[in-house]
Write a protein that binds this ligand. Structure first.
Ligand code: GUN
Ligand code: ZN
Length: 434
């Protein structure tokens, strides 16, 4: 034991590396800081089994509360915080009428900094401890994002948006400069403590071949960075991409051609896919960020969970704010449940509550290439966790008290929960001065 070792006693939800939910009604989570200043889980399990070997460790006791892994949001746009709930007929008019005008303002570092601080407050209130995040095409937005994440000691990934065509003045960037800026930002922020850089072409229709090729070259040179984009979200978008890239087998195939599919490549939506697309995702270890509140709000379509699992492609959950309607992982899990049920005629659960929860924690971590780092509360992982109050509202208190097993408890939290459930968030990193 070192001086920094601490323990927390409460009900405890963890996941095995394979995604099995483990629950202790009276659990203990023991954490301690390593030389890098990051708190990691030393031990976790039933209180009665563990306490003897941690007799000297100070214990914080939260009776009736549930400790669970912090949530991971696989795809979110911090500059779209202020356009949440903007109605549009579909993706392309929504981009033109709301998104691009809002993103134009992020050339201004002060505006970017103010929104970044609000965004991280909002993630925290909702129990999200890691997010793969779009910034805007302006390098100032990236500095604001990472600067704020670093100050708070958070594990966060993000990057400058690449969009050098079919984009209005104010957000359109210039091919060569955009790639130089990306490389400079990688050097400045990637692997600085818990931060990771994501090479971020907005989507194929708004990048020239030269920009996509340059992005792929950067991704090859910096092989542990993330790649982050959108694909096959909306039928008009798919048709546009097919017209712009007629030689590709499919819209997804455009990205392979430019070296933009590999482990740590993450594509939001992946709705209008065939099995060959799903197999390409699997073979390249590319992951889908499933964004159900966004897909329902913008009328984009329904992610095919059965298709994804039949072929075996990686996927996890995402808010996609501002297309998405909520920062709350509970809202996202409930929307994923609705989407998983779509078109089903047979009775029975398509997506078990513990599977939905896994898809927003340890499963999302695996899909992001962060297996063993966050998301499970297994020993050795970083100690980002939430403390939930299952009696946060009268109805939650009543319903969770009736739960006869773990699935019933988790389902009550998913269906009735929101930010009121999240009593506190404990993160593993050291907050640094500005
Ligand atoms: N496709 C290209 N840009 C965007 C965006 O900002 N949001 C969503 N949902 N889809 C996109
Ligand atoms: Zn998006």
């Amino acid at each position: 034991m070192t001086a920094s070792t601490k323990a927390y006693r409460a009900r405890l939800l963890r996941f095995s590396p394979k995604g099995e939910a483990l629950f202790d009604d009276d659990g203990l989570l023991v954490v301690g800081a390593d030389a890098d200043g990051v708190q990691r889980v030393r031990d976790a399990g039933p209180y009665r089994d563990l306490i003897a070997r941690h007799a000297q460790v100070p214990v914080t006791y939260w009776p009736d509360r549930i400790i669970a892994p912090g949530f991971l949001d696989m795809h979110v746009h911090f500059p779209q915080t202020d356009i949440i709930g903007a109605p549009a007929e579909g993706l392309l008019p929504w981009l033109e009428n709301y998104t691009f005008p809002a993103e134009t303002r992020f050339a201004d570092a002060a505006h970017a900094g103010e929104v970044a601080a609000f965004f991280f407050d909002e993630l925290q209130r909702n129990g999200v401890t890691t997010a793969l995040t779009f910034c805007t095409s302006h390098p100032a937005s990236v500095d604001a994002f990472f600067g704020e994440a670093r100050r708070r000691g958070l594990r966060m990934m993000g990057g400058k948006v690449l969009q050098d065509r079919h984009s209005p003045d104010g957000v359109r960037d210039e091919t060569e400069q955009s790639l130089l800026d990306t490389e400079a930002l990688i050097r400045k922020w990637h692997n600085q403590g818990r931060l990771g850089y994501a090479i971020t072409p907005r989507f194929a229709p708004t990048s020239t071949d030269a920009q996509l090729r340059g992005a792929g070259e950067l991704a090859a040179r910096h092989s542990d960075t993330w790649i982050h984009s959108h694909v096959a979200e909306n039928k008009d978008e798919v048709q546009w991409a097919r017209e712009l890239f007629p030689k590709a087998r499919s819209y997804l195939d455009v990205y392979t051609g430019f070296g933009l599919m590999r482990e740590r490549a993450v594509y939001a939506h992946c709705i209008h896919f065939d099995d060959a697309d799903r197999a390409l995702m699997r073979e390249t270890k590319t992951a889908a960020a499933v964004s159900p509140t966004s897909n329902l709000f913008l009328g984009s379509g329904f992610f095919d969970y059965q298709g994804a699992d039949r072929i075996g492609m990686r996927h996890g959950l995402a808010s996609d704010v501002g297309g998405g309607t909520s920062f709350s992982p509970f809202h996202t899990m409930l929307a994923a449940y609705y989407v998983g049920r779509e078109g089903q005629t047979k009775p029975g659960l398509s997506l078990a509550p513990s599977r939905l929860w896994w898809n927003h924690t340890g499963g999302a971590a695996q899909a992001l290439g962060l297996e063993g780092v966050v998301g499970t509360l297994q020993a050795g992982t970083e100690a980002d966790f939430v403390v939930l109050n299952p009696a946060a509202t009268p109805l939650l208190a009543r319903k969770t008290a009736m739960a006869d097993n773990l699935e019933e408890l988790l389902f009550a939290l998913i269906v009735l929960g929101d930010d009121r459930l999240v009593e506190r968030v404990v993160t593993a990193g050291t907050a640094l001065p500005a």
